[in-house]
Design a protein around this ligand. Sequence first.
Ligand SMILES: [Zn+2]
Ligand SMILES: [Zn+2]
Length: 278
Amino acid sequence: MKSVLGPKVVIGIEVGIVAALTGAGLFAPQGLKVWYAALIQGFAMVTLPVLAAGGAVTWYSERRTVRIQGPRKGSMLAYRGLRDTALAGWIAATLLAWPLARIRAGEPTGLTWDLEQAGGPLAVFLQTAGGILVLDAWLYWKHRLLHTRLLFPFHRKHHGYRDPTALAGFAVGPLESLLTFWPVLFLAMPEAPHYGPVYFTLVVGFIAFNLYLHCGVVWHGLEAILRPLSFNTSSHHNRHHANAETHYAEALTIWDRLLGTWEGAKHKTRREQTVDSV
Ligand SMILES: [Zn+2]
Ligand SMILES: [Zn+2]
């Protein structure tokens, strides 16, 4: 696909995003010392466990003899995956720094460990189910948008991992990181209570799930559970890396089914938005 934006413009926008998100701490009401300490804390909290888990899943998966795309033909791009993941972790940390700075300053946040304060069990259940559905629909459409002629240059990096490893799971550019992680900002809003145990379970589950989607092998027991529940699988997402015209799902495959982007679907929608070659 021929890019609308030149490489220099794309790099300029990406550098601008990193600079703006990092520099925003200068205006933090808690003071820049508190905010930048929160940024470093957030970066360590997010990036180190993801890199460690990604490395462990990659090490284990690469030892498996049966891989989805067959014997690996080129490099698994491990170093590039570590570097790209660290940059995505930095973007996530610039967002996480806002609620962390509030915690450091003793201010209320959108995180509560009190079930009643979160609205009670029924409200937590309904908000969680609704939130997952809405957020996942957004992630599907974000992915579709990133495959348009205008925005694909910001997503191309992720498709450099044609035969991915777990280290490619979060190897995305600054714009894509921002479009993915921005809901973290809700944690800075006391008006939007999130029940801690459920929230952290979902975050850890999302990270583990994303590492599995990119590991390059199939764990049959897990696929047998995920597929009937319409959850994405390693085999489903691997097809997106091998053939970027289909399978845009993040967590739920219902969007691919409903919107005609399932491989082999009779009516593929908006084929002009898809990538001819990456
Ligand atoms: Zn991917
Ligand atoms: Zn893609």
